[in-house]
Design a protein around this ligand. Structure first.
Ligand code: UTP
Length: 288
């Protein structure tokens, strides 16, 4: 059974400075919810209601978001605003959220290792807090099913343009189709050395054996302890499968992808979409 989700949210967010100087990038609003709320909702939708967030500096905003806001609730009650009251309450009722600090942000692998005590000996999910999967394109529940069937670990993969592969972890795979066996993983390879165009994206369902491997994994690319390196080692002893995702995904830690996420998700909403699209149609032709 997979019941626990780990959400690393302790990165420095340097690509989004100065917005992320005092606010974690996971708290940047995507339409009217912080990015991290979509990620927690995704975990809950896949049946994972025990959430451990790995936080760093400025963790208060994250904690406060998933905590009760009694004053705000009273004010909304007094104003007679049940819709907003429900939205405020929802965030502290959706999951049991725990927090642990990473200390030094020594890399994603290190952030996952910090979860070892909480996770114990069960397989668990990892969802990167700045990676937004469109709620209409389910991915995590498929990954949990594959892990339960095949054992070992499961990684989400996405086909990216060949020249973009050096920005990601890259998988060498056997077979084709939506579920593949991974036989090699390399973090951010040079384009001409990449074994495929399949990039690792921010969803994993991992065997707890990964903790033993992470403890022995030296710093890799960028001097960081890389989760990809630990998974590459794990392949020698346990199956690692890939689920190829063909849906919509946004890296909200990247400014351009963040803007695309906001425009796309807002334009598809009933309450904002029609007016936003009408404005965009009028405004775009006026651009050079
Ligand atoms: P990124 O590679 O996006 O790194 O991390 P970053 O430092 O947060 O962002 P930039 O590149 O400086 O803008 C991928 C995920 O891993 C988490 C991040 O919070 C993000 O969800 N992470 C990364 C940690 O929790 N700890 C780390 O030490 C590194």
């Amino acid at each position: 059974m997979v019941t626990k989700a780990v959400i690393p949210a302790a990165g420095l967010g340097t690509r989004f400075l100065p917005a992320t100087k005092a606010t974690p990038k996971e708290m940047l609003p995507v339409v009217d919810r912080p990015a991290i709320q979509y990620v927690v909702e995704e975990a809950v939708a896949a049946g994972l209601t025990d959430v451990l967030m790995i936080t760093g500096r400025s963790k208060r905003a994250l904690e406060d978001h998933f905590d009760r806001a009694v004053e705000l609730e009273l004010a909304l009650e007094a104003k007679g605003d049940p819709a907003r009251l429900a939205a405020v309450r929802e965030t502290n009722e959706m999951a049991q959220v725990h927090y642990v600090r990473q200390g030094d942000p020594k890399g994603l692998g290190h952030a996952v290792l910090v979860a070892a005590g909480h996770v114990g000996h069960e397989p668990f999910a990892v969802l990167l807090g700045d990676d937004l999967i469109d709620p209409r394109d389910p991915l995590l529940s498929t990954m949990v099913e594959v892990q339960q069937r095949e054992g070992g670990s499961v990684v989400a993969l996405m086909e990216v343009p060949h020249e973009a592969i050096s920005l990601y972890g890259c998988a060498a795979v056997e077979g084709a189709g939506d579920v593949v066996r991974i036989h090699g993983l390399v973090e951010k390879p040079p384009v001409d050395e990449a074994p495929s165009d399949l990039a690792v994206i921010g969803r994993y369902v991992l065997s707890p054996t990964v903790f033993d491997v992470l403890r022995r994994t030296p710093p890799g690319r960028g001097g960081e302890i890389q989760l990809t390196d630990a998974l590459a080692t794990l392949i020698a002893t346990e199956p690692v499968h890939g689920v190829v995702f063909r849906g919509r995904r946004y890296d909200t830690g990247d400014r351009l992808d963040y803007l695309k996420a906001v425009v796309r998700l807002a334009s598809e909403r009933d309450d904002l979409g029609p007016e936003l699209l009408a404005w965009l149609r009028e405004w775009l032709p006026q651009q050079p």
